[in-house]
Design a binder for this molecule. Structure first.
Ligand code: PTJ
Length: 254
């Protein structure tokens, strides 16, 4: 990894990029994952590379859902495993969620590398690896339709970091609550999830863990109020406004 001075104005963003490239070199990330990272970087830049007010509200609503959930599952793909494996395992521990490896570009050796990485970072049980327990989601053509019958298939709340639009729709059709992390507020995933956290997964997962801890003992009425006062469409609009304001400021138009 090249030395990135801490004083570099975009040090955090460059470090995230290097983590992803290391993940590619170590067999975790698909080639297409590099392109997804590029798209994400562009949106992160437009959002000001920080967690905005709208993202914080989405994180709070996501935490309330996760605490209420009976069978939460966190879906892990190549990019997520490369970018923030430790935090993802911590989030699973905090919320008693299952971890399931589910890939868009299905590939057995990549799956094994992702499982190894999650285990190295403290995961004990990982779903989606035993062919005997696999089931199919309906209304989806990609390999993502193959899920674990005791994991995503049975889940009530599914967390999907860096997702493609088709599966989010399929999960919604299967009556699951979908929580997405996606830097692009206009993507199909963002538009169809119940809650979209428009922020870099590397920043937002830590904040989600903190929020889950903070709300862990909240009474069900409070959680219900947090959930019912959240509107994903309004929240996405606020993210688009954040981008617009940033652009205006950067271009010195304001
Ligand atoms: O490992 P696999 O086979 O499951 O493949 C994973 C990728 C990410 C390649 C696959 O799901 C894919 O092609 O996704 P898309 O359709 O490129 O969508 C990825 C979305 O994540 C885009 O909207 C990006 O803007 C967004 N994104 C990229 N990096 C980040 C991100 N969102 C949050 N945090 C990031 N670090």
């Amino acid at each position: 990894m090249p030395l990135i001075p801490k004083s570099h104005p975009r040090a955090e963003s460059l470090l995230i990029r290097e983590r992803l490239i290391d993940g590619f070199d170590n067999g975790l990330v698909a080639k297409e994952g590099l392109l997804a990272q590029g798209r994400g970087e562009a949106f992160d830049y437009l959002l000001g590379e920080k967690t905005g007010r709208a993202a914080k509200q989405a994180i709070k609503a996501a935490a309330a859902h996760l605490i209420q959930a009976q069978k939460p599952v966190i879906s892990v793909n190549g990019n997520t495993a490369a970018l923030c494996p430790k935090q993802i395992v911590r989030l699973a521990d905090q919320t008693k969620a299952k971890l399931e490896v589910n890939l868009f570009y299905a590939n057995e050796s990549r799956k094994k590398a992702i499982v190894r990485t999650l285990k190295k970072n403290g995961a004990k049980e990982i779903f989606g690896t035993n062919p005997k327990y696999l089931a199919k989601l309906e209304r989806i053509d990609s390999k993502r339709r193959i899920v674990d019958r005791d994991g995503i298939y049975a889940a009530d709340v599914v967390v999907v970091p860096l997702e493609d639009g088709d599966r989010t729709m399929a999960l919604r059709s299967a009556r699951k609550i979908v929580i997405a992390f996606d830097l692009n507020p206009l993507s199909r995933t963002s538009q169809t999830a119940d809650i979209t956290i428009v922020d870099n997964v590397t920043r937002a997962v830590d904040l989600l863990i903190i929020e889950c801890k903070r709300l862990a003992k909240a009474n069900p009425d409070r959680l219900e109020r947090i959930i019912s006062s959240f509107n994903n469409k309004d929240n996405l609009s606020e993210n688009v406004t954040q981008i617009k304001n940033n652009l205006t400021r950067r271009a010195g138009i304001a």
